[in-house]
Design a protein around this ligand. Structure first.
Ligand code: ASP
Length: 303
């Protein structure tokens, strides 16, 4: 089977001055990982590697460069899922980890559990030899400035889709040469979130889902609405009836109509078709097309 890889870097009103770094960031992730996928690495390895590149890039709200919460700290959520077994690993509200996606994979593979939270996840990281980093390593001057700007602004609302957020969550979906699907999502959540807030990204079926029998999906946008509409599972369920591009559009429409939500999805169906949709002004995403050429975009022109 010809492998597939698609990644996203958030769906918000990304200001124009940050467009190019978003386009470059998602391009780089696919460009570095897709050749390995062609050479036979697993879908799980591919989504982990693709997300690690995006976590390291301060352009995005994941790992380095994550948004600060209401008390000026960084708390990270992440999840990875294996479409062949439906196994998954996730962590919520974790601090001082540069690559939460790799820790999520260790939770999936090295424990009897699926989700670890906060200090428990950090203790597990130590036992696995995953080093904690100083909070300063994740903090960028741009995010500190943004935090100071919005800290006491009563008009700032996460649920406003036109709020010009500088960045968003990251995610990746892959299909490997054996026909296995995987999905991964990593985030710092929403700006000025309450400490302990958990978004959609690490919740199975909401921000992330993968099933070899239908497809795999990673979502981004306003987490509270994505949770209510179980956006990733809804998208994959639509694949049982509709082609990939339509499944993506219908899932976004459902979220908008039922819970007035907004955001975006990327997906691959079990036959290797891509789907993507967003009802935000922009969504940064990139994928390798049929010929292996990498397409990188900041929005879908014709829905
Ligand atoms: N969905 C993420 C959250 O609410 C944010 C994002 O996608 O940018 O935590």
């Amino acid at each position: 089977m010809k492998p597939r890889l698609i990644v996203h870097g958030g769906a918000w009103s990304i200001p124009e001055k940050y467009e190019q770094v978003h386009i470059n960031g998602v391009y780089k992730s696919v460009a570095e990982v897709y050749p390995d996928l062609l050479n036979g690495i697993s879908a799980l390895d591919a989504v982990e590697a693709a997300v690690r590149i995006l976590e390291e890039d301060p352009t995005f709200d994941a790992g380095r460069g994550a948004f600060l919460n209401a008390i000026g700290e960084i708390e990270l959520d992440a999840m990875i899922m294996d479409g062949s077994t439906l196994d998954f690993g996730a962590l919520v509200a974790v601090q001082n980890i540069l690559h939460p996606i790799s820790l999520a994979r260790k939770i999936m593979e090295e424990t009897e559990h699926n989700i670890l939270a906060g200090t428990g996840a950090q203790m597990f990281a130590q036992t696995m030899g995953v080093k904690e980093v100083n909070p300063e390593e994740l903090l960028t001057p741009r995010e500190l400035k943004f935090y100071k700007e919005i800290k006491n602004d009563p008009n700032f609302k996460t649920k406003n889709p036109f709020e010009p957020f500088p960045k968003g969550t990251v995610g990746a979906v892959a299909l490997d040469t054996n026909g296995n699907l995987a999905a991964a999502t990593s985030t710092g959540g929403t700006p000025r979130k309450l400490p302990g807030r958990v978004g959609d990204s690490p919740i199975i079926g909401a921000g992330t889902y993968a099933d070899n029998q239908s497809g795999a999906c990673s979502a981004t946008g306003w987490g509270e609405a994505i949770l209510k509409s179980l956006l990733s599972k809804t998208t994959c369920d639509y694949l049982n009836i509709f082609p990939a591009h339509q499944a993506a559009n219908l899932a976004i429409d459902l979220m908008e109509q039922r819970v007035q939500g907004w955001g975006g999805v990327i997906l691959i169906d079990k036959n290797g078709n891509y789907g993507f949709s967003h009802n935000t002004e922009k969504m940064a995403f990139a994928f390798a097309d049929e010929s292996g050429k990498i397409i990188s975009k900041i929005k879908i022109e014709n829905k």
